[in-house]
Design a protein around this ligand. Structure first.
Ligand code: PDD
Length: 285
């Protein structure tokens, strides 16, 4: 079955799907995106993802491409046309097509919208969660607004490639002050020796993950104590547990950081419990 993409108002097979060479997303990475988990054919936390999309667009002064209702219909239709039961749906909005010029294009330039969806077999994530994943540290290399979910991901690309070449699943960014900010495509968490869960505050220094937001609710339900503060690599080395969160991965326990085992080197009970209960706190549409 050929994959189908939504491109500026039309559903087209991937091989025929194309954007203009002067799309500002292509030339300036002048655009934003969202990734939503699809589970049992439904979108997970669509409302929160769309709220974050609106925020990202607003921060960059890109006009809203369509009404929330129309956008929701496109997301669901793309999932259905690709027969995705479990996987992800990807949405990208750029500032549109205009003659190359750094400053914003003329008023009235239409934003460009692309939506794709793909299957990710559920057992693959489950297997990773059971085995745990490894991370390596990497110096923060991004601009000062990673809170905007921009398609400008060059820093993240380099960090993830570094991790891959080290045989690790994820790179954890360490800022100039020695604090772990987040992963190259996930939020970063540790569990301290006294059972407090630490994660960087949702300031401008990280992306406020939707999975992160829901996990905070799950933690409350489990009476897990939150210490929402940046932690250092040294604290991470001494942690009982560590984990990462992202829409495409939910919660993945981290079993080693820079080659040092976390705790007993196995997925920890808190990360495992949070993962297990996540979808009871998420919204499905
Ligand atoms: N990544 N931090 C960064 C830098 C991310 O790229 C992501 C998500 C997250 C977690 O956000 P959320 O829980 O809303 O998925 C944190 C997506 C999945 C991606 O780029 O594919």
């Amino acid at each position: 079955m050929s994959r189908i993409a939504y491109v500026n108002g039309r559903y087209v097979p991937h091989r025929d799907a194309a954007v203009h060479i002067e799309d500002r997303g292509y030339q300036f990475s002048d655009g934003v995106y969202e990734v939503c988990e699809v589970r049992d054919g439904r979108l997970v936390d669509e409302r929160r993802h769309m709220e974050r999309l609106a925020r990202s667009l607003g921060e960059l002064r890109i006009p809203n491409p369509m009404t929330p209702k129309a956008l929701s219909a496109v997301l669901h239709e793309t999932v259905a046309r690709n027969r995705v039961t479990n996987g992800i749906v990807y949405l990208q909005v750029t500032r549109g097509v205009a003659r190359r010029d750094h400053a914003f294009p003329p008023e009235g330039t239409l934003p460009a919208v692309v939506v794709t969806a793909r299957t990710i077999e559920r057992w693959k994530g489950e297997r990773e969660a059971v085995n745990g994943v490894t991370v390596v540290s990497y110096p923060e290399n991004r601009w000062s607004r990673p809170d905007i979910k921009s398609v400008s991901l060059l820093g993240n690309v380099l960090a993830k490639q570094f991790a891959k070449e080290k045989g690790a699943r994820e790179a954890w960014y360490v800022d100039r002050d020695g604090f772990v900010t987040e992963g190259s495509s996930s939020n970063a968490w540790i569990v301290t020796a006294d059972n407090k869960v630490m994660t960087h505050g949702a300031s401008n220094g990280i992306l406020r993950g939707i999975t992160r937001t829901v996990i905070l609710d799950v933690m409350k339900a489990h009476n897990v104590t939150l210490d929402e503060r940046p932690f250092t690599l040294e604290q991470a080395f001494a942690a009982k547990e560590a984990f990462v969160t992202a829409a495409s991965q939910i919660v993945l326990p981290v079993i080693s950081i820079d080659g040092r085992p976390v705790g007993d080197g196995k997925p920890g009970p808190i990360a495992t419990a949070l993962r297990r209960d996540f979808h009871n706190h998420a919204e499905f549409t």
